[in-house]
Ligand binder design. Structure first.
Ligand code: DC
Length: 211
């Protein structure tokens, strides 16, 4: 079973993906973390061909044998990862790995291009949406220390970059869009669980479940 979750930064993808992975017994693959790990590796002077990334069931990211999870979520890495993800050779490198990770196992994969590019035949495709202001407020709560204005400006700049080129956000016709503005997380998760359950029921009765 493949569940794809896409959406912009701060839309609540990771919380929803985590809840769905637990609920439906899937491996959670956070592809943003993979882009961050590649960005870190390249900044250390490694070449793409020298990079090996492992995604652990507990969401830790291992880069060439070293746990780098704690180093991936800083304002500097936000910026670097966004620039790195715009490089076509990086995308090709990671998309191939993401497809392999989703083979022969049940996954919830979250990112920007999962439903549109990485797993176009996913059983369920969700898109989480929220306004830039709402997303900036959430980011401020997650990462105290930066001002709201600063976070909002950075989000808008990343949105502009992330909406261009190969990794741009696209909502395919079969994607279920969940609007999250001003809604509590448990309500959003309940809507996502319901959407997945309904889609899986429909797909299994028509015999089209993948994986
Ligand atoms: O979701 P995140 O903020 O951890 O992602 C880090 C960067 O990687 C972000 O700038 C968007 C980019 N990204 C992407 O282009 N495609 C994905 N599938 C996932 C993330």
């Amino acid at each position: 079973m493949q569940i794809a979750i896409d959406g912009p930064a701060g839309s609540g993808k990771t919380s929803v993906a985590r809840a769905l992975a637990k609920r439906f017994g899937c491996l959670l693959i956070n592809t943003g973390a993979m882009y961050r790990a590649v960005a870190l590796a390249l900044s250390q002077g490694l070449k793409l061909s020298e990079i090996q990334i492992e995604v652990c069931p507990d969401e830790r990211i291992i880069l060439n044998g070293q746990d780098v999870t704690e180093r991936l979520y800083t304002p500097e890495m936000d910026e670097l990862a966004s620039q790195t993800a715009a490089r076509p050779e990086v995308r090709a490198f990671l998309i191939a790995q993401q497809r392999v990770l989703a083979q022969h196992r049940d996954v919830v994969m979250e990112g920007r291009d999962i439903g549109s590019v990485v797993l176009p035949t996913a059983d369920v495709k969700l898109y989480l949406d929220a306004s830039p202001e709402e997303r900036a407020r959430r980011r401020c709560r997650e990462r105290p220390g930066q001002s709201y204005e600063e976070v909002l400006a950075q989000l808008r700049a990343r949105d502009a970059r992330d909406s261009q080129g190969f990794g741009r956000l696209q909502i395919t016709p079969e994607t279920i869009v969940i609007h999250t503005n001003g809604r509590p997380l448990d309500e959003i998760i309940a809507e996502a669980v319901q959407a997945v359950a309904t889609a899986l029921q429909r797909r299994s009765t028509s015999g089209k479940l993948s994986g």
